[in-house]
Design a protein around this ligand. Structure first.
Ligand code: GTP
Length: 500
């Protein structure tokens, strides 16, 4: 199994430990991008604010602070949205405050229909006349005293039939006029609102009379707020309008009436009206704030869902990465175990080598309560092995060695350790085994050798030297005694067991 380089692994671990930003010294910078070092990001530093503004407006992928994961297109769009909203919010608020003005003007310059009426149709004797010039309407009104509430009024038509104009979005009414007549001259303004269910076409008085009455000021131009308009009491009394419907309503105004006030003297009133202007905002501040709030909430929700998606993708990537690292770790452990096994094992026979024996003995001694019982060693040496090599070749000799080790392993306990001492010499270390038990076992092994079918029809025998460890004795002297016993077995004719 091939693995990536250690450097690549380190980079992986670095990424896991520090998700978010790469080292600014990363040489893999995108061409054309500017990099900003963390050390440069300090409050009061012009570059800091420039960098932050860049993140907002351009998105994080286009500047030096590069995220580990590439931002998706949708994330970039979200960043653009937030940036746009950040710029648009103050702009719109300022524009709403100083601009966005909507005006309806009632004047000779505007095409609204106009007519003059007085109390004649109420059988009064008021005499009125209207003079129209390019810049003003001049109303002359000689009030009579026959009708109890004499009046003259200018009617500006702002609708037709049941269809009127919406004045509800206007905030102020500005008058431009001159007047002559008695002091403290009062005037009235009516906004006639047609309301289905209340008003009928052709019945003028069935429309809601939104009224305001005030004394004309000395100056020609003056402004009053629209919210001073009230449904006229006389109209609600006359029409028997329930109290809960006596509110002001000016969303369907068919006419605006400018009338003399409630003075009952037989005065001559002359009013030169240049204009009445209704001013308001195309969008009220409240509406704008609501729209901005919706936009921010929408943007926030979008950003949240995108962040969640991004986080989920990141989590998936991290999990996959962790799984990948775990697999690498497992493979490395396996490989390490294999390498460790090779260091302690003879490759040809699979028996332990001397280092392996040392390790096994160390482990035995380390174990609690281990190493206290009797222990025996059996030295084994194949007889006339040189002849096998000489007659049948080295490979045949190897086959015999492999088979020998297999036969011995098959016959002994798992706790007995087979060690290749060198060449055709093997050592069997038998824990919890007395000298007599070891001698019996050696005889059993010798018999097993005789019963074995050897390669190339060979007849292979082995000599055994048995020795037991004295209490508190190291294994070394016991091996030496077993070696001596083996020498004796060889001397006494081979294929036999000698006990030291
Ligand atoms: N095929 C093979 N031969 C080996 C290996 N290690 C040692 N030998 C051979 O084993 C032989 C040992 O010969 P000797 O020490 O003379 O012993 P012997 O021929 O078995 O004689 P006795 O031990 O006296 O019965 C030598 O020829 C070595 O070359 C091995 O790994 N493979």
């Amino acid at each position: 199994m091939r693995f990536r380089s250690l450097a690549a692994h380190n980079a992986d671990l670095y990424d896991l430990a520090w998700p978010g930003f790469h080292n600014v010294a990363d040489p893999g910078a995108c061409p054309g991008t500017r990099r900003v070092a963390f050390s440069q990001l300090r409050c009061g530093n012009f570059r800091t604010w420039l960098a932050i503004l860049s993140i907002i407006v351009r998105g994080p992928t286009t500047i030096g602070l590069r995220m580990n994961l590439p931002s998706s297109r949708t994330m970039t769009i979200a960043h653009y949205l937030v940036g746009s909203l950040l710029l648009l919010t103050p702009l719109l608020l300022v524009w709403q405050h100083f601009g966005m003005t909507r005006v309806i003007e009632l004047s000779p310059r505007q095409p609204h229909g106009i007519q003059l009426t007085d109390d004649h149709y109420e059988k009064g004797n008021t005499v009125s006349s209207l003079e129209r010039s390019s810049d003003a309407f001049t109303m002359r009104c000689q009030l009579g005293l026959v009708y109890p509430w004499p009046f003259c009024k200018l009617q500006f038509m702002t609708g037709e039939g049941a269809k009127g104009t919406d004045f509800s979005q206007f905030d102020t009414i500005t008058f431009d006029l001159d007047h002559t007549g008695p002091p403290h001259q009062r005037v009235r303004l009516y906004l006639m609102n047609f309301e289905p269910g209340l008003s009928t076409v052709g019945d003028w008085n069935s429309q809601r009379f939104n009224q305001i009455e005030f004394e004309l000021p000395a100056q020609s131009t003056f402004t009053i707020p629209v919210n001073l308009l009230r449904t006229a009491d006389w109209w609600t009394d006359q029409r028997k309008i329930p109290l809960e419907q006596t509110y002001t309503r000016i969303d369907n105004v068919t006419a605006v009436e400018f009338s003399t006030g409630s003075t009952v003297n037989a005065d001559l009133v002359v009013i030169k009206l240049r204009s009445i202007q209704f001013r308001g905002k195309w969008i009220s501040r409240t509406q704008l704030l609501m729209y901005l709030l919706y936009a921010w909430i929408g943007c926030g929700l979008l950003g949240l869902s995108l962040s969640l998606r991004h986080a989920r993708a990141r989590l998936r990537a991290t999990n996959a990465h962790l799984e990948h690292l775990a697999a690498i770790n497992q493979a490395l452990e396996l490989e390490a175990r294999e390498l460790a096994g090779q260091a302690y094992t003879d490759q040809l026979t699979g028996a332990l080598n001397r280092q392996g024996l040392r390790e096994a003995l160390m482990r035995r001694l380390d174990g609690a309560g281990q190493g206290d019982g009797p222990m025996a060693v059996v030295f084994m040496d194949l007889d006339h092995f040189k002849q096998i090599n000489d007659r049948h070749g080295h490979d045949a000799g190897d086959d015999v060695l492999r088979r020998f080790a297999a036969v011995i392993r098959h016959e002994v306990r798992a706790s007995d350790k087979l060690v290749r001492w060198g060449g055709e010499e093997f050592l069997l270390v038998c824990p919890d085994t007395s000298r007599d038990q070891a001698a019996l076992m050696a005889e059993k092994l010798r018999a097993a050798m005789a019963a074995q079918a050897w390669p190339h029809g060979l007849h292979v025998t082995c000599s055994f030297g048995v020795a037991a460890l004295e209490p508190e004795e190291d294994i070394g002297p016991a091996i030496a005694r077993a070696d001596s016993a083996l020498y004796a077995a060889k001397s006494n004719g081979r294929n036999r067991v000698e006990v030291a």
